[in-house]
Write a protein that binds this ligand. Structure first.
Ligand code: SF4
Length: 295
């Protein structure tokens, strides 16, 4: 008999209690100002946005790991916002705004230029919208340009275009409400630290082992955000005219689209995680909103 110790996980008695509470107490989050679509739809599949706008009950609701990961992100947002508020008492958080009658959301943070310049006289990015994203190590590596196998840094990809579009929609909403916005400050927080050894090889400082910040200037975010606003507006309008929107997702900041199919041999990741997947499969050939889903 082997004398090595084998420990297998057992069904949890204590560890999962908080997770079970999260799942039990979860309720669908309404849009910020009661609109059919939300800024966080930025880049998403048109048909999924359409189902949400119709108020369709998700056929594939968030799974248990999804609740866990989402909750960790929420907790981190609250702590980061509290710290920003202590340093910049003028900062505002979760300001709800809307674009037309169809899209709304609330920003992670908003800071006018004045307190930023008062703290840092070299600040040239103007007034900003802050957006924080939490992510796994794989996504974080790509954003900062870390190549693990080669143990070196390469060209960073920066924040995902969906996050830039979402922050850009927030910025447009704030501008419509009368607040100036020049730049987006995008925070990326990794769920896993780059190891000390790897950081030394690749020349990564302590902070960048877990988080990075990017500034997106007006000339980069504004045009794509306006295009995305129009796309989502058209999606909601098509649903109001009883037409099911295309199964298409935005693939870059230029607003290019890819058509996706949940029935493909290798479905797009958006379909794998889609809360309307079974409904979408059922409506496969439908071009008009099925009668039972009409408002
Ligand atoms: S299953 Fe895929 S194509 Fe269908 S609504 Fe969801 S993301 Fe869109």
């Amino acid at each position: 008999m082997s004398d090595s110790l084998h420990l297998f996980p057992v069904p949890p008695t204590l560890t999962d209690l908080y997770l079970r509470e999260l799942v039990r107490d979860s309720v669908p989050k309404p849009t910020a100002l009661g609109t059919p679509a939300r800024y966080s739809d930025a880049g998403s599949c048109g048909r999924a946005i359409g189902y949400a706008a119709l108020g369709v009950t998700p056929t594939n609701p968030m799974d248990v790991p999804g609740h866990w990961v989402t909750n960790i992100g929420t907790l981190l947002h609250e702590k980061v916002q509290e710290a920003i508020g202590r340093k910049y008492p003028e900062a505002e958080f979760e300001i709800p705004t809307k674009l037309g009658d169809h899209i709304s959301g609330s920003c992670d943070g908003y800071l006018d230029e004045a307190p930023l310049v008062a703290t840092n006289p070299d600040w040239t990015w103007g007034s900003v919208v802050f957006e924080l994203k939490t992510m796994g190590a794989y996504g974080y590596d790509k954003q900062i340009g870390l190549k693990r196998r080669a143990r070196k840094m390469d060209e960073p990809e920066g924040p995902k275009y969906q996050a830039i579009l979402q922050a850009g929609l927030n910025a447009l909403g704030l501008i419509e409400s009368g607040k100036p916005v020049d730049s987006l400050v995008m925070g990326s927080a990794s769920m896993e630290a780059v190891s000390i050894q790897l950081a030394e090889s690749a020349g990564i400082d302590d902070t960048t082992r877990v988080m990075a910040e990017f500034v997106i200037p007006d000339g980069v975010w504004r045009g794509p955000a306006m295009v995305e606003k129009e796309r989502i507006t058209r999606i909601v309008e098509s649903v109001n005219e009883n037409i099911l929107p295309d199964r298409s997702v935005v693939v870059d900041l230029s607003g290019n689209l890819d058509y996706i199919d949940p029935d493909a041999s290798r479905p797009a990741w958006q379909c794998t995680y889609c809360k309307f997947k079974d409904r979408c499969l059922q409506d496969r050939s439908e071009l008009t909103v099925p009668v039972e889903l009409r408002k």
